[in-house]
Design a binder for this molecule. Sequence first.
Ligand code: IMP
Ligand code: MG
Length: 181
Amino acid sequence: MLHQDIERILFSEEELKARVAELGAQIDRDYANQTPLLISVLRGSFIFMADLVRSITRPCTVDFMAVSSYGSGTTSSGQVKIVKDLSEQIEGRDIIVVEDILDSGNTLSYLFQLLQARHPASIRLCTLLDKPERRTKPVAAQYVGFTIPDAFVVGYGLDYDEKYRNLPCIGILKPCVYGGE
Ligand code: IMP
Ligand code: MG
């Protein structure tokens, strides 16, 4: 059972649902006169993205991008690689980048540079989780689900070694699972 590897549940399914609904309502208000393009950064944000777009009631479009920066460990390698690029042109569009977690900021500072170079009308970040203590690159998120302490978390799309994405809640992984104390 996946749950046995969880030290402590941080956010239950119900808490996630309630917070994602609030973020959707906020995006609805902020983009009342625009049709934003939501870009899901795969793979970690796929569940968050699916729930977020269903809590937005105004027109929006979606696209997907896959980047990898972690390998199979629990800290960023600092190397960001585009594994899958967007299908849409983004010039002149109002972009909302949808991420699972903002950690060191490596991935997103790289991604933002890349997207800015394609001249969108605007670009904002919506991250489900933010770990500000770990930041080494300045990245600001306009929409943050929850701010969390420096711990490795899994579930609701977030993985360790590609596992635990299917946990419906978010929890702190027991350090013994990844060779910690
Ligand atoms: P950053 O480049 O260090 O900001 O890392 C961003 C990416 O690392 C996220 O999109 C996640 O895929 C992954 N990541 C960072 N912290 C965690 C965590 O606690 N659990 C699972 N994945 C994480
Ligand atoms: Mg990710």
